[in-house]
Design a protein around this ligand. Structure first.
Ligand code: B12
Ligand code: NAG
Ligand code: NAG
Ligand code: NAG
Length: 340
């Protein structure tokens, strides 16, 4: 079987509530019931493998969505998330721990504020909220961002939800840094995490939304067309695979000529059509756009927790995916099969 759809169902349910739609509208299998089931599957997986079948980000989103809909969440499911937070299990690769820390914090804050937990559990949730706040503040860098530019909106949502914005000067510094970096937000999924924070709101506010007069607030906007850049650029493309898994460590190493302003995806496409050293790749659609799954016929299996990691030489991890990242002239990009 595939992975449970915990994250997608959670986002769908949050969106329904935010759009003032009842959650079970004429559905044959109601999304709330499906989310509960997906979360149970993730929980069972975490018992067996030490981590959810999806990831703790989606597990947290699932708990949060049930809480926003004021549905009961089993104590054991909450305890698993509390334990993961306490033992710093949210990290996978660079920068990603902050996103998960923030969403787990939103889930803890929701459960605590909605009084969906009592006794010892309630005080553990309270302690967890404080622990998340501490870790997020520790993750603030010299650029004032919390984690990176794309995790900062979720971190701000957490501080908004817990009413700690005024008391934390770090919050305004992070918000100001974010306001200086709005150009980075071109990906619709990233924008969807940013917008609530810019309006001083968090996913928790969805629960108490006033659903009167919510018609016709969505206005289409015409997209801004980027000026076309002139000329060509040359970028290096290197594919690396650990010796244990592949015959050769370097599976591909060529330069590729593309029009200026091309994305990394464009580079991969041109490489796949050029010369006799044929480059091959496959992607899978995700809410963030195309996710690189297979390179030179080597598939990164999620069951083995492997992925194709994108880097700029010598070893700077990219903060965007293949469709959004635009390489510059002379840059070398590395696709490296890694564990997370
Ligand atoms: C977990 C996670 C991962 C895991 C995903 C595997 C897994 N099964 O869990 C791993 C570690 C493999 C990963 C990889 C990458 N990630 Co990531 N990831 C996340 C995280 C924390 C949660 C994603 C999720 O589950 N979403 C919820 C579900 C419902 O959405 P979904 O679309 O169905 O989920 C899938 C995709 O999101 C996909 N995915 C994960 N990351 C990325 C990044 C991109 C660009 C794409 C297209 C897809 C993708 O994996 C999810 C699970 O299958 C987010 C945090 C966030 N704020 O969103 C960052 C995040 C989305 N990742 C990010 C980045 C940059 C990457 C990488 C490009 C890093 C790199 N230098 O290689 C790579 C992707 C490279 C590739 N092969 O195409 C950025 C994207 C920023 C942006 N504006 O584009 C985020 C926001 C983190 C951050 N703050 O920087 N990621
Ligand atoms: C974000 O924006 C800043 C300033 O506009 C820029 O210098 C930086 O490279 C951008 N970061 C990413 C990941 O695109
Ligand atoms: C790729 O090839 C260039 C020369 O063609 C070489 O200088 C470079 O070291 C190679 N990179 C790797 C990772 O093998
Ligand atoms: C990049 O490589 C250098 C030297 O090999 C190392 O010191 C540094 O920690 C690496 N950085 C990252 C982000 O891996």
């Amino acid at each position: 079987g595939g992975r449970p759809l915990t994250g997608r169902l959670a986002l769908y349910l949050l969106a329904l509530r935010a759009a003032c739609q009842p959650p079970d509208l004429g559905a044959k299998s109601p999304p709330l019931a499906r989310l509960k089931y997906a979360l149970e599957e993730d929980w069972t997986g975490s018992q067996q493998h030490g981590h959810p079948l999806t990831n703790y980000y989606q597990y947290s989103l699932g708990v949060l969505a049930l809480c926003v809909h004021r549905r009961h969440v089993r104590e054991e499911l909450i305890r698993r998330l509390l334990a993961a937070e306490r033992h710093d299990r949210f990290g996978h690769g660079d920068g990603h721990a902050v996103d998960t820390e923030a969403v787990a914090g939103l889930a803890f804050a929701c459960l605590h504020q909605a009084r969906l937990a009592h006794g010892v559990l309630a005080s553990e949730l309270h302690e967890a909220v404080r622990s998340v706040a501490r870790k997020l503040l520790q993750a603030q860098g010299p650029d004032d961002l919390i984690g990176n530019v794309f995790s900062t909106p979720l971190a701000l949502q957490f501080f908004i939800a817990t009413n700690s914005c005024e008391s934390e000067p770090e919050y305004s510094r992070a918000r100001d840094a974010l306001l200086q970096s709005l150009d980075n937000f071109t990906n619709p999924m990233a924008i969807s995490q940013l917008l609530p924070a810019l309006y001083g709101r968090s996913y928790l506010d969805i629960a108490s939304m006033n659903c009167q007069g919510e018609r016709g607030t969505l206005q289409p906007i015409s997209p801004v067309t980027q000026p076309t850049e002139l000329g060509n650029i040359i970028v290096g493309l290197v594919v690396e695979c650990p010796k244990r898994l592949c015959h050769h460590h370097v599976l591909y190493n060529q330069s590729v000529t593309v029009p200026a302003g091309s994305s990394l995806l464009d580079v991969l496409e041109v490489a796949s059509k050029q010369g006799h050293h044929a480059f091959t790749f496959k992607t899978q659609d995700s809410l963030y756009g195309p996710f690189l799954t297979t390179v030179m016929k080597v598939e990164a299996k999620w069951q083995e927790r492997r992925s194709w990691h994108l880097l700029s030489a010598p070893n700077t991890s990219l903060q965007m995916g293949i469709a959004d990242y635009k390489p510059h002239d002379g840059e070398t990009l590395i696709l490296r099969l890694s564990k997370w």
